[in-house]
Design a protein around this ligand. Structure first.
Ligand code: NDP
Length: 339
């Protein structure tokens, strides 16, 4: 298939790109600069321009940002939209989080409908942020599934960056489903809703300081920041980036994925367990790590929400990697950039 992948420089997208190429698809990926395009191209020299090419989209928050990128010869059959800001370092929630997420999503759907009639499938990286009800705390009596929606409002969205991020994913995903219902385009939509994504980084675009948000807690634990007290875990469920990336690719390959939302999680974890796996697999970090007696980083005493990840296992046939394997491989990849 000829596939347009947005945000190819991202942590998750880098793995989506590798699986797409491995499955024989031909990919154009959008990045924000020629420099990023070059870094990705240099890491994939065995693929010619017919298999891997680039389009520059500097800012997905601009209306019509994707108008040119969706045009291709041969034409695209599928689009995977991963680009969206995921960090909390913002001063203006509307401009820096909500606009790129929402306008980015509606923008690509409009451009595809207008200029790429050959596209039959669109996959969008949403988040558990669009599923979780943040006002219910750890809600031990509840089971989260694709049926749940974050009830956050526009007023609550701008209260702080964490709320802003969760709202950005919720509103963007809602906008995609609304588009499908109202515009009745020629394509199906599948949304991917992962919680915290852990797993190896690709070395060619990363540095220890510029690390993607979700892996920062592993780096911080390795660097001794949990030695005296382990930070609160916050979100208690996770998935490995390679399993999540495979879900994206399977969603363009399998008819069963059409017009479905997928809650993609491997299970539970705590920050304390991250430290334990790092200590067991890499004894050289012992002096930086917390001990069994260090306070914090555990599960809440009253329990945590339950999870139903049966759809992704049944329809996409995913078998999730273990937490130990994921942490071990993440640490190895961080060592390659100087950890
Ligand atoms: P990254 O920060 O590594 O990737 C984000 C990507 O989006 C980058 O390619 C970035 O480009 C691009 N991007 C952000 N803002 C803009 C913009 N205004 N214009 C153009 N491109 C932009 O994060 P992840 O890979 O972790 O996240 C990818 C997706 O997965 C996001 O949609 C995120 O919400 C979602 N997600 C991630 C989770 C996680 O734990 N990692 C959990 C749940 C969902 P550049 O690098 O050049 O800035």
């Amino acid at each position: 298939m000829r596939v347009l992948l947005t945000g190819g420089s991202g942590f998750i997208a880098a793995h989506v790109l590798d699986i797409l190429l491995d499955h024989g698809h031909s990919v154009v990926t959008t990045v924000r600069s020629q420099q990023k395009a070059r870094a990705i191209a240099d890491a994939h020299t065995s693929y010619g321009k017919d298999k891997l090419d680039f389009a520059i989209v500097e800012d997905i928050a601009q209306e019509n940002a994707f108008d040119e990128a969706v045009k291709s010869d041969p034409p695209f059959e599928a689009v995977i939209h991963t680009a969206s800001p995921f960090h909390f370092n913002v001063t203006d929630v509307q401009k820096q989080l909500l606009d790129p997420a929402i306008i980015g999503t509606t923008g690509i759907l409009k451009s595809v409908k207008k200029s790429a009639p050959s596209v039959k499938k669109v996959v969008i990286t949403s988040s558990f942020a669009s599923i979780i009800n943040p006002f219910k705390g750890t809600w031990p009596e509840h089971t989260y599934s694709e049926a749940d929606w974050n009830p956050i409002t526009s007023e609550q969205a701008v209260e702080n960056p964490a709320a802003g991020y969760r709202a950005s994913k919720t509103f963007a995903e809602r906008a995609a489903w609304d588009f499908l219902e109202k515009e009745k385009p020629n394509f199906t939509i599948s949304t991917m809703c992962p919680p915290l994504v852990l797993g190896p980084i690709v070395h060619y675009l990363n540095s220890l300081n510029g690390l993607n948000t979700s892996n920062q807690r592993i780096r911080d634990i390795m660097q001794g920041k949990a030695k005296d007290e382990i930070p609160e875990t916050g979100t208690f469920i996770w998935v490995d980036v390679r399993d999540l990336a495979l879900c994206h690719v399977l969603s363009i390959e399998k008819e069963e994925a059409a017009n479905k939302r997928f809650f993609i999680t491997a299970g539970y974890f705590s920050n304390k367990e991250i430290a334990q796996v790092v200590g067991k697999e890499y004894p050289q970090y012992k002096d930086q790590l917390p001990t069994e007696k260090t306070p914090g980083g555990d599960y809440p005493k009253d329990g945590v929400y339950k999870i139903d990840n049966s759809r992704v296992k049944e329809l996409l046939g995913i078998k999730f990697r273990s937490f130990e394997e994921s942490i071990k491989d993440t640490v190895k990849s961080l060592q390659a950039v100087g950890a």
